[in-house]
Design a protein around this ligand. Structure first.
Ligand code: DON
Length: 303
């Protein structure tokens, strides 16, 4: 498969499309980004790498980081994590409080904010230095150094009223062990991670490679765990637009309000797009368009 030719073709087409939607502004620092940024990078299990546009510029990965926190918790705690967080699509907005009361504080999945907060709580209880240990885990995934943005974390902390509500609500329902403030600080740091399309696609390549890193052959997750993480991305990676992404793109993925989308073709590749303007569901407009055309043109999907 001549991926660079196909990416070039789709990139040229989508680059010319006027981006629709809005840059996320509920985290004030995110609204400062140039809305016209557009990058894409693919990393394959055959060790082929190719990027176009702003693929080397770091951006705020936001909820794409929820895949990292899930993988770390899954690695440390194994199947016990599913007692505290479910694996069902929510069908609601990523920061919704609606279902928690009926579900007794068990979030629908680890990729909505509620689920990621519970995963953060697990990590805090089980890591000596949660922030450093998280960065050390990420450092194993590729050759790249990824850091928190203290500016973005502080900006989100100032305006993160819904996350404060979510965390306190789950605590009142008995599914947060640590102090909400401690959990929230760690969660905001997690969301503030910055990486480029190139760095992210290399970092997540283990999910396309049966749980092992390509550069060092290190087992991050077992084959079965890898299948499960990809399955949850397929059903829950785009909040209440997960069905639409599955329908249009046909591979698992995860989005973030910084405009990034990471998608995995198991056995083949990991691909990351970045374009900051988001559709009304909070997913990158151009990123979704790009990936839809890319899987259509390659005639490769998991279905
Ligand atoms: O908690 C929040 O609202 C953000 N830090 C992350 C949200 C996010 O990326 C959801 N994405 N579509």
């Amino acid at each position: 498969m001549n991926y660079n030719h196909l990416i070039q073709k789709v990139y040229t087409k989508i680059e010319a499309v006027a981006p629709q939607g809005e840059v996320a502004s509920y985290i004030p620092e995110l609204s400062k980004i140039n809305p016209n940024k557009f990058g894409v990078h693919i990393s394959t299990t055959q060790n082929f790498n190719f990027g176009l546009g702003d693929y080397q510029e770091k951006f705020s990965i936001q909820s794409v980081s929820k895949v990292i926190s899930l993988c770390l918790a899954y690695k440390i705690l194994g199947e016990t994590i599913w007692k505290r967080v479910d694996v069902e699509p929510s069908g609601t907005k990523f920061n919704s409080l609606l279902q928690l009361e009926a579900d007794n504080g068990i979030p629908r999945n680890p990729f909505i904010n509620a689920g990621a907060l519970v995963i953060c709580d697990m990590l805090i209880s089980n890591l000596e230095n949660p922030e450093e240990d998280l960065l050390a885990f990420i450092a194993n995934l590729s050759d790249h150094k990824v850091e928190f943005s203290l500016k973005i974390a502080a900006s989100e902390k100032l305006t993160g009223y819904r996350n404060v509500a979510l965390c306190n609500f789950i605590k009142s329902l008995g599914n947060i062990d640590n102090e909400p403030e401690v959990v929230l600080d760690f969660y905001f740091k997690l969301c503030s991670l910055e990486a480029s399309c190139e760095e992210l696609s290399q970092l997540f390549l283990f999910l396309a490679n049966q749980g092992k890193t390509l550069h060092s052959n290190l087992e991050i997750l077992t084959k079965s765990q890898t299948k499960r993480v990809n399955a949850i991305m397929q059903t829950c990676g785009f909040y209440d637009e997960s069905g639409e992404f599955s329908f249009r793109v046909g591979i698992p993925g995860k989005s973030g309000v910084g405009g990034g989308i990471m998608a995995i073709h198991p056995g083949k590749y990991s691909i990351v797009t970045w374009s900051p303007k988001l559709n009304e569901k909070g997913n990158s407009y151009k990123g979704m368009r790009f990936l839809e055309d890319f899987t259509t043109l390659t005639e490769q999907s998991i279905f």
